[in-house]
Ligand binder design. Structure first.
Ligand code: ZN
Length: 497
């Protein structure tokens, strides 16, 4: 994709430095989550807030803003228009939020994250409560400054999902309540599987995970796999896309494996963005502007590939070579172990069917916290009530309840995109199969090239060239639809009823 306009060329020249600062922020965040020393958090917070300040200064440079405003009126290509749209969206945030407020917020999130870690370790909500209160205040302040359509929460949602409002999400969650909740309630049972108690050797499992993601197409010259508390993927440019996983407890290998496959799904997206978008605002836009579509890629690999019968059959030999202690379990047993349906306290450990209940709960709670419908101090209690309502269980402590996720140490508005990803993954599978044939056959043959290639051509290469709604329509030919996921979950009815 070429730049024709002279003003656009000037914009891109200036943007290169801004992009480098963005990359260094990403690298700092990765290091904070993977390597940071216990006593370094205060200095690191200061460092991050200074770099963010520099980034903001450059974004708001008058000459830069003037260039954007002039170029916007020119006759631009689709690509140039998307760059302007992306920059306007980014500058909108920095123009709306005064530098002092932003600096204070960045410092707060660094401390809040560490307080969350402490609170979770001690299962003591009172440690995190004052920081959560401040995050809620900041979210309301941001919403007022950014302006919103119908309710303050819309402004927060837009940060993660460009142009998608609470009313769009309401439609999706209504679909989930009508079509998925009843299936979950019917099938949910306190099941367990002997494999959940089988120990694993961390190094051997890591080797197996590396084998799997490499087969899928993960390039270790452009990526790496590390250990962390809360798994994530970090792009430091499209040629350095790092994934992380957690090994907790030394047994139940399903979680680190499927978690890593999930992160692979995120990583392959960023690795397959059109190289001509590198060093442009569109290179990292897929994360900034549509977390839901990004999550659809991770959910696709985790649920449609990783939890499939074909995956277990195709990788069984290698799995047993790495973990000889599970050799007595056949593929059908492992398939059942990968697809247990039961109420689960922990979102990241929840099965595919239980997962949307977790998001529904967080969606309602963060909306209520933002709208001051609940007091922050009541959170543990309201959390537990909703948990009982949707899943029929009450967490034994807050570490397994409202303290389980780090998200609220940063901001509100992020969670609904997870459900969007889960719903879209099923819809994407259907479309892909219509065009290139049954996914199961590619998995059986360990021939993942055609699958990643379809994803590249239909989704990944565009990055944020289109808005999320446009991209869904372009790639899938229709808007998001819960119906495909409702059909997909019939596999659980067959397995467990
Ligand atoms: Zn994810």
């Amino acid at each position: 994709m070429n730049i024709k306009s002279t003003n656009m060329k000037k914009i891109m020249e200036k943007y290169t430095t801004i992009h480098a600062l963005g990359m260094s922020t990403g690298l700092g965040l990765w290091d904070m989550r993977v390597n940071m020393l216990k006593d370094a958090s205060e200095d690191r917070g200061k460092m991050r807030s200074i770099i963010t300040g520099l980034y903001q200064d450059m974004m708001l440079n008058k000459e830069f803003l003037d260039l954007i405003n002039v170029a916007e009126k020119e006759d631009l290509t689709l690509y140039e228009k998307a760059i302007i749209r992306s920059l306007k969206r980014e500058t909108k945030f920095y123009l709306a939020i005064p530098p002092d407020v932003l600096k204070e917020y960045i410092k707060l999130t660094t401390v809040a994250y560490n307080e969350w870690v402490k609170a979770r370790a001690k299962s003591d909500f009172s440690i995190f409560e004052p920081y959560l209160g401040k995050i809620a205040e900041f979210s309301r302040k941001f919403a007022e400054l950014l302006r919103y359509e119908n309710e303050p929460y819309d402004a927060m949602l837009d940060r993660y999902e460009e142009g998608i409002l609470a009313r769009d999400f309401d439609e999706m969650f209504t679909g989930i309540k009508k079509k998925i909740v009843p299936v979950f309630k019917k099938l949910a049972d306190d099941r367990s599987h002997a494999l959940e108690n089988e120990p694993y050797n961390e190094e051997r499992l890591k080797d197996f995970i590396i084998y799997v993601v490499r087969k899928f197409g993960y390039n270790f010259n452009r990526g790496r796999l590390d250990k962390t508390t809360h798994p994530f993927t970090m792009s430091i440019g499209m040629n350095d896309v790092r994934i992380t996983t957690r090994y907790e407890g030394g047994k139940d290998f399903r979680m680190p494996l499927l978690g890593s496959i999930h992160e692979f799904g995120h990583a392959i997206y960023d690795m397959q963005i059109d190289p001509s978008l590198n060093w442009t605002p569109l290179a990292s836009g897929s994360i900034t502007y549509s977390l839901g579509i990004h999550e659809s890629q991770s959910r696709f690999w985790e649920n449609m590939v990783g939890r499939s019968r074909e995956f277990i059959e195709a990788f069984h030999d290698v799995l047993i070579a790495f973990m000889p202690n599970i050799a007595m379990y056949g593929t059908e047993e492992i398939y059942r172990y990968f697809n247990i349906v039961r109420p689960n306290y922990i979102r990241v450990e929840a099965d595919e069917l239980c997962y949307p209940m977790h998001i529904l709960l967080r969606y309602e709670l963060e909306r209520d916290m933002m709208n001051e419908k609940i007091n922050i101090s009541e959170l543990p209690q309201v959390w537990n009530e909703k948990m009982e309502n949707y899943m029929g269980i009450i967490p034994p402590d807050d570490a397994r309840g409202c303290l389980q996720d780090p998200h609220w140490s940063r901001m509100f508005g992020y969670f609904p995109t997870y459900a969007m990803g889960t719903i879209l993954a099923a819809q994407i599978k259907r479309k892909l199969e219509n065009e290139i044939g049954p996914l199961g056959e590619f998995i059986r043959a360990k021939n993942f090239g055609p699958v990643t290639n379809w994803q590249k051509e239909n989704i990944h290469k565009y990055s944020s060239l289109y808005t999320p709604k446009e991209l869904v329509k372009t790639a899938l030919g229709e808007p998001m639809n819960v119906e495909y996921f409702a059909k997909h979950v019939k596999k659980y009815v067959e397995l467990w009823s």
